[in-house]
Design a protein around this ligand. Structure first.
Ligand SMILES: *Cc1c(COP(=O)(O)O)cnc(C)c1O
Length: 424
């Protein structure tokens, strides 16, 4: 559920007209709804009422400081995958004790930064990483709390590029080596292996892979305790899907997901950690763009808009489907025709939607690309020397630019010239 709806024929984010924001900040822009972000966090939290939890929003889904602060003020922790994300979380006021650090390639400097902030735990993914973390912890005189990310070899039945828990994926420690590596971790100085971690993929719609994977996690906790390890927490990762197609996809409801988690964690007396990203932010954002041209072709019509693959890469990278709504509500009797909605970037892969049935659009019309709050702005680039698009946050009737469109001076000025070109 989200808070983007038509009011008097114009698409609004909560109480604010997207057309009015377009007039003010220009197009394209991302717009986020605070109420939607908050609701998703609270629904997830409510599903685990009565359990000891730490919900670490996955910063990489949408790392705008205003988004982090909105969630942080509700008590959310953060799951970070780089020093940059760690710094963002700290800057948004998240205490270290609510931060976990994931990622398959943490550097020694990143580990030191995490230790300096006394983060809750590192999710470690290899023997080499355990050894490195041990060395860094000793140098800084700290103890690193660690969960090993185990790879259960479960197919999450999602898009190939966002499956992470199959044996062939680069993530995690092979299931068969997990017990041995906990023994290694417990013998390395500066490490305290107190948790288990798993994250099997993203945009997971079917609960069955979760169920199988979490049953394995339960076994692992029991086995580890049997070998003398003191396991305090289970981190179930993220991965819950969102309805990109409101008519065809029914993502698992948090209650059903919670039932599976609680069954796996039953009587283990562990703190339950989660790392939801998409489920919190996906539906909370739209990308608003203006139609530049409608170009009839020999086989189809192209609707050329001012947002492209550099602003939202999901359609071309993952074959992702995003619903597109006209900002001005179409008349009930409007003609609907299939069109390719494409951007201005010089790439054939630059599209937002292919063969999409849409009410007829004209140059100047505004469209909203839905469910663009997660893995949208964060994956944007300035390819073709296009400026990163602004981000706007709405709260009730109020709105604020939470990242301004940069200037061309800033874009060009980021490059520096060698002396042999300037003659200095
Ligand atoms: C990306 C990621 C998440 C968040 O995944 P969603 O599908 O957005 O919920 C959680 N944990 C880890 C380790 C990740 O890499």
């Amino acid at each position: 559920m989200h808070h983007f709806a038509y009011k008097t024929g114009v698409l609004h984010a909560e109480g604010v007209s997207l057309a009015a924001i377009a007039d003010e900040v220009g197009t394209p822009f991302y717009c986020y709804s605070s109420a939607t972000l908050e609701r998703h966090y609270q629904v997830f939290q409510a599903a685990f009422a009565g359990s000891q939890t730490l919900i670490c929003y996955s910063v990489k889904a949408n790392s705008n400081q205003a988004v982090l602060m909105t969630l942080g003020q509700l008590g959310a922790g953060m799951d970070v995958v780089s020093e940059g994300e760690l710094r963002r979380a700290i800057a948004a006021g998240i205490p270290g004790e609510r931060i976990v650090f994931s990622g398959v390639g943490k550097t020694a400097d990143e580990m030191a930064a995490g230790l300096a902030h006394d983060i809750y735990a590192f999710n470690a993914e290899s023997r080499g990483e355990l050894e490195q973390l041990s060395a860094v912890a000793q140098q800084s005189g700290k103890t690193a709390r660690v969960a090993l990310r185990v790879n259960p070899d479960v197919d999450p039945k999602t898009h190939h590029k966002i499956a992470t828990g199959r044996a062939e994926d680069k993530f995690g420690i092979p299931w068969s080596e997990s017990l041995e590596l906990y023994d290694v971790a417990s013998q390395l100085p500066g490490l305290s292996p107190v948790g288990v971690h798993m994250h099997i993929g993203s945009q997971i719609i079917d609960l069955e892979p979760f169920e199988r994977a979490f049953a394995l996690l339960r076994e692992l906790v029991q086995d580890l305790r049997g070998s003398g390890h003191e396991i305090e927490f289970i981190n179930f990762g993220g991965g819950l899907g969102v309805p990109y197609r409101s008519d065809a996809e029914t993502p698992p409801d948090p209650e059903a997901y919670a039932a599976i988690v609680l069954k796996a964690a039953q009587d283990l007396d562990c703190r339950l950690l989660f790392e939801p990203g998409r489920m919190i932010a996906g539906n909370a954002g739209v990308l608003v763009s203006r139609v530049l041209y409608v170009k009839p072709g020999p086989t189809k019509t192209f609707t050329i808009v001012d947002a492209g693959m550099n602003d939202l890469i999901r359609p071309t990278l993952y074959g992702a489907h995003h619903e597109i709504w006209p900002v001005t509500e179409a008349q009930a009797n409007a003609t609907v025709a299939a069109t390719d909605v494409v951007g201005p970037v010089c790439e054939t892969g630059d599209f937002l939607a292919l063969d999409r049935e849409l009410p007829e659009l004209q140059a100047g019309d505004l469209i909203a690309v839905l469910t663009a709050g997660a893995y949208g702005a964060v994956q944007a680039s300035s390819y073709n020397s296009r400026l990163l698009v602004p981000e706007v946050m709405v709260r009730g009737d109020a709105h604020a630019v939470i990242r301004a469109r940069p200037s061309y001076e800033r874009l060009i000025g980021a490059d520096t010239l060698p002396g042999w070109l300037t003659g200095t």
